[in-house]
Design a protein around this ligand. Structure first.
Ligand code: NAD
Length: 458
């Protein structure tokens, strides 16, 4: 078995040599990574299909495509991002020039989940390397084919004292978390996020926690229901609903519930045909444990569409549930599967009462033509990020930090934000020597009024 403490010591020693720091070496590593991911692209798609029948189109758009874009952007921008940034100085320090220097944390750990097993492992890794760190990557044990190809790519590009993959499940992750790290980046459930936070606290290790939540999607009566249904069906049933930012449940103005349910049925049929099981565009549930959890959500509720399940094939059809009780199992926790509860509301107070039952979610969506209503939603509720009149699309813009708030996570990443996440922003004042104003030095006698003046006016 791999000696984890030994691996970390060798990465720490490598970091101490300074070899991860020169920008040209970082760029060289990222370019090598780019070559390798392009070379293995087909195998990555095959691995994703073998792990949970992820459709090729979804693998291209939400896995390999994202990684390639992230690499291209980082390679293009890294020199600019990493340059010390001059900031406005304080007159109180005159004469001086002020800067932010970006320095790598050191030896970092990235723990990835199974639902986007390729992209959620490599996107943070790109930023960690760009920022000059070493990385131990722990991919998910639930997607063995993808985790294997990740290992192949990493071994092809990096010496293990720079970047290494540690395969394994809870015992290996527990051992990893028992070590001292300079940064931990975790994507996964709230439950495990708490375990990671606790382990990190022992060494005061900074963390990014990318977690989940129960994402509301509110629809008022001003919308075009067909368009709304189309955008919701896409965002909800992508990856068979196993998307952390998928709408979890719908809150719809009660007068348009019936027409919306009809539009949903029509859209689901048009996307996946009447026999979803044979559709090449619909993924499977990751394992029996999650299948059983999801199947339990279908008990004792009113199913208006879908509901077909096949445990052997890990298949659950896109399912719409009409107005489940808030105390039902489906409304207890994050669904994380192809089940969509639709709950009618009459007043804003109804919306407030329902959304406030849950912890702050990772995303929130509002469909409305009334700007005042969407603005009310955006400012009334706290959530990681979201969209007005669409779902999930906030993910694709690297200029937007992607992350949660409260129980849905701490920190954000994508594009430059990933580089910043893995960098310590070191504040530096470069003081001039040609002038030395004596006011700050003791003895202070007779200087109080001058200080008052300066504090007030500078
Ligand atoms: P998970 O928390 O079960 O597992 C994530 C990682 O933690 C895996 O690598 C796993 O091996 C490890 N792990 C599991 N149990 C552990 C334990 N007891 N101790 C230490 N390590 C442990 O999550 P998952 O099932 O892989 O992913 C689904 C969850 O992730 C959902 O809640 C979803 O919302 C969330 N998620 C969040 C994001 C995001 O970007 N915020 C993205 C994808 C998934």
């Amino acid at each position: 078995m791999l000696n984890i403490p030994h691996l970390i010591n060798s990465q720490r020693a490598y970091f101490t040599t300074g070899k991860t720091k020169p920008i040209q070496l970082r760029l060289q590593a990222l370019k090598q990574l780019y070559k390798s991911v392009k070379k293995h692209e087909e195998k990555i798609h095959e691995a994703l299909f073998s792990d949970f029948k992820k459709p090729l189109y979804e693998s291209m758009s939400s896995e390999t495509g994202i990684v390639v874009r992230e690499l291209q952007l980082t390679i293009k921008q890294l020199e600019f991002w990493a340059r010390p940034k001059k900031v406005k100085g304080s007159l109180l320090n005159f004469p001086a020039r002020d800067y932010i220097y970006y320095e790598p944390y050191g030896t970092t750990l990235i723990i990835a989940p199974w639902n986007y097993p390729y992209q959620l492992a490599l996107t943070p890794l790109i930023g960690a390397i760009a920022a000059g760190n070493t990385v131990v990557l722990k991919p998910s044990e639930l997607t063995p084919a993808t985790s294997h190809i990740l290992d192949t790519i990493i071994q092809e590009v990096f010496p293990s004292d720079h970047v290494a993959v540690v395969q394994g499940a809870i015992p290996e992750t527990t051992e990893l978390l028992a070590q001292r790290w300079d940064y931990i980046f975790f994507t996964g459930s709230v439950l495990v996020g708490k375990i990671v936070a606790k382990a990190a606290a022992k060494h005061l290790t900074p963390t990014t926690l990318e977690l989940g939540g129960k994402n509301p999607c509110v629809i008022d009566d001003s919308v075009n229901v067909s368009l709304v249904a189309k955008r919701i069906v896409w965002g909800k049933f992508l990856n068979a609903g196993q998307t952390c930012i998928a709408p979890d449940y719908i809150l719809i103005e009660s007068s348009i519930k019936t027409s919306f349910l009809e539009a949903l049925k029509k859209e689901i049929k048009s996307a996946y045909s009447t026999d979803v099981k044979t559709s090449p565009d619909f993924a499977r549930i990751i394992n029996e444990k999650n299948f059983d959890r999801l199947a339990k959500m279908l008990e004792g509720v009113s199913i208006v569409m879908g509901g077909q399940t096949d445990r052997d094939a890990l298949f659950i059809a896109p399912t719409v549930i009409d107005n489940p009780s808030l105390d039902s199992f489906v409304m207890e926790d994050e669904i994380f599967g192809p089940i969509l509860p639709v709950i009618p509301y009459q007043t804003k107070a109804d919306i407030e009462r329902i959304i406030s039952r849950y912890e702050k979610p990772l995303s929130g969506y509002i469909f409305s033509r009334k700007r005042s209503f969407s603005n009310w939603f955006l400012t009334r509720f706290s959530f990681g990020g979201g969209a007005v009149n669409d779902t999930v699309i906030q993910f694709v813009n690297e200029a937007l930090p992607f992350g949660g708030v409260g129980h849905s996570g701490i920190g954000g990443y994508h594009g430059k934000h990933t580089f910043l996440t893995f960098s310590h922003a070191k504040a530096i004042v470069k003081k001039g020597n040609w002038l030395d104003i004596p006011i700050r030095y003791a003895p202070y006698k007779g200087k109080n009024n001058i200080l008052r003046f300066l504090l007030r006016w500078l």
